[in-house]
Design a protein around this ligand. Structure first.
Ligand SMILES: [Zn+2]
Length: 109
């Protein structure tokens, strides 16, 4: 793991870079969930939740680059939540629409 600010090698117990004082990346990889956000948006037509998810994912990346890891984690969680909730809603909606079409073609009961 290296300092995001000056590139110096950091040990895991370093909370701050000993060289430039920048906050060290938190242990465990910080995920922006950008891929998930984009995939659920594009594949499922999850525009209502997907666009904010992509924005949150981007904010997460920007915050992490600026060393604001608490904020980055918050945005990361929001991006994940919006992706999953929006994705689940879209799957439910598509399933519902498919069912309605299926029933409609069957001519009802
Ligand atoms: Zn540094």
């Amino acid at each position: 793991m290296n300092c995001l600010s000056c590139g110096r090698e950091l040990s895991p117990e370093n909370k701050f870079c000993p060289s430039c004082g920048a906050a060290a990346p938190p242990p465990g990889r910080l995920k922006s969930h950008m891929t998930l956000a984009v995939l659920t948006t594009v594949l499922l037509g999850n525009w209502i939740f997907g666009i904010p998810a992509v924005v949150f994912a981007r904010e997460c990346e920007l915050a992490a680059e600026s060393g604001l890891f608490a904020a980055a984690r918050r945005f990361s969680r929001r991006a994940l939540t919006f992706s999953l909730v929006g994705g689940a809603l879209c799957v439910a909606l598509w399933a519902f629409l498919g069912l309605m079409r299926f029933l409609g073609q069957g001519g009802g009961f």
